[in-house]
Design a protein around this ligand. Structure first.
Ligand code: BES
Ligand code: MN
Ligand code: ZN
Length: 494
């Protein structure tokens, strides 16, 4: 799909389709110079109540005289307008265009004084790309989705005049959305199609294609290195664990080193502490963190991010078997610290522990891990907001800001020192988990045990957000690709 920018379009294009966005209420046309040539039409539609501008309301109109479509998309009330809403409206536009089987369209970036023009443009473009994506499936016949949409041209010379390089903004936003789609595709793959070895192979193929250095530790290497956390989690499965280290050497003056660590449990049955059958199928997306990291690494390369980025993916399948690790086991992690296993379903923190230890060997300025870590976080923040844990305030603010810009919600949760004692063990350096209270915090505190003093680290718990449980214009039910665009925005702003 080709995304273009036209700086000459002032009164709007004609053929074959134009998309405009309208807010609800009496001020729909106020301060919207891009709508000048549609003013009469829009006024009539509003006056008759044929179109109200309600959030995600759509009205496709065909003008036979001009052989042109005008597609109205509602933004809802201006006061309620948020980055996710702008993004979903953008997605709605391409959903309508696709349903009309159109090949080409002109999308008017809405003049919204509430947001910087760059942000509105990015959100609209991202949404437009996501909305045009049909979900990959395994059906053998007929039902394979097709998309006719080929060229999208974005315009609104007036509003966008402050942007120095609109074409660059568009292509960056498009690439970010592409990476998010890639992460969704990966995370949606069933566990019998994507096991640790297969995912490691994907990373190796990507590295080969981009000529980036990549290292994969197989079970022998993991043993030799002493990565006891990852080995313990993986030992119950017939599909052996892997640790992937993918490096993007980009840099230059003032370049930072950022390590991204993604939880890659290709299937989380819970192990011997087996999960109930209800919802277990969803645990094929327990590698959403690793999928995000892998997709971000590709985008980092495409976007020529001026920093060194290390992508670490600990990959394992958590299964019960005669070889599985057990509650009561005491393991030695890559850090040398010993851990008393309490619950084999708290596997994510164990594989992350080893990856975080490894990450620090690269002396990164920042480490960010992203993981579908705790049901407790899902319960606390719901499915549209991820948990953010860090002791580094500037890093916290940078991540919050990045999330806000791209329309992903994060909320800070505390790394409370008072809870540290819950992890005390009689037999090992500490326990793997405590009781149910504060489950998301306890997991984060466990991870912090593997971070050396003065290392800047943030943990993103995406257990709630990694899956969309309701379809929306930006995507179907299933893996959401959450975190990808925030991480990319973060890397673009440090
Ligand atoms: N992968 C799960 C967390 C999860 C739950 C992700 C729901 C997405 C949706 C994780 O490995 C897990 O099982 N965590 C346990 C930890 C507990 C045993 C301490 C949990 O949250 O129940
Ligand atoms: Mn688990
Ligand atoms: Zn898990």
């Amino acid at each position: 799909m080709i995304f273009k920018y036209n700086s000459d379009l002032i009164n709007g294009p004609v053929k074959p389709a134009t998309v405009i966005f309208l807010t609800e209420g009496p001020n729909s046309l106020k301060d919207r110079p891009e709508l000048a040539s549609f003013r009469l039409t829009v006024q009539q539609l509003l006056a008759t109540g044929s179109f109200k501008g309600k959030y995600l309301e759509t009205l496709p109109l065909f003008f036979p005289d001009h052989d042109n479509w005008l597609i109205l998309v509602g933004l809802g009330e201006y006061e309620k307008l948020s980055p996710p809403r702008v993004m979903e409206a953008g997605a709605t536009s391409t959903q309508v265009l696709t349903s009309l089987a159109l090949r080409e369209a002109f999308i008017a970036i809405p003049s919204l004084p509430k947001f910087p023009a760059t942000q509105t443009m990015e959100l609209t473009v991202q949404g437009a790309r996501l909305g045009a994506e049909a979900r990959y499936n395994f059906k053998t016949q007929a039902d394979q989705p097709t998309n006719t949409l080929r060229v999208l041209t974005f315009w609104n010379a007036d509003y966008l005049s402050s942007i120095a390089k609109p074409k660059v903004v568009i292509s960056r936003a498009q690439m970010a959305a592409e990476a998010q789609i890639q992460a969704r595709r990966l995370a949606d793959l069933p566990a019998n199609h994507l096991d640790p070895t297969a995912m490691a192979e994907m990373a190796v193929n990507l590295a080969g294609r981009l000529k980036l250095p990549v290292t994969v530790w197989d079970e022998n290497q993991l043993e030799a290195e002493g990565a006891g956390g990852l080995l313990a989690v993986g030992q119950g499965s017939a599909r052996p664990p892997r640790m992937v280290i993918l490096e993007y050497p980009g840099g230059g003056r003032g370049a930072k080193t950022v390590a991204l660590v993604g939880k890659g449990v290709t299937f989380d049955s819970g192990g011997l502490c087996l999960k109930p059958a209800d919802g277990m199928a969803q645990m094929k997306t327990d590698m959403s963190g690793a999928a995000a990291v892998l997709s971000v690494m590709e985008a980092v390369y495409n976007l020529k991010i001026p920093h060194k980025v290390i992508g670490l993916m600990p990959l394992a399948e958590n299964m019960p078997s005669h070889k599985a690790y057990r509650p009561g086991d005491i393991i030695t992690t890559l850090s040398g610290q010993t851990v008393e296993i309490v619950n084999t379903d708290a596997e994510g923190r164990l594989i992350l522990a080893d990856a975080l230890t490894l990450a620090q060997r690269f002396q990164p300025d920042y480490i960010i891990d992203i993981a579908t870590l705790t049901g407790a976080c899902q319960v606390a923040l719901g499915e549209r907001c991820a948990g953010l844990f860090t002791d580094d305030e500037p890093l916290r603010n940078a991540i919050l800001r990045a999330g806000q810009l791209v329309g992903e919600n994060y909320w800070p949760l505390p790394l409370l020192n008072e809870y540290e004692e819950e992890l005390k063990s009689e037999l090992a350096d500490f326990k793997q988990a405590a009781g149910r209270p504060g489950g998301a915090i306890m997991a984060a505190l466990f991870l912090r045990r593997f971070i050396k003093p003065n290392v800047s680290w943030a943990h993103l718990d995406i257990a709630g957000t990694a899956r969309k449980n309701h379809k929306s214009p930006s995507g179907p039910e299933g893996a959401s690709g959450f975190g990808v665009v925030t991480l990319l925005k973060f890397l673009c702003t440090i």
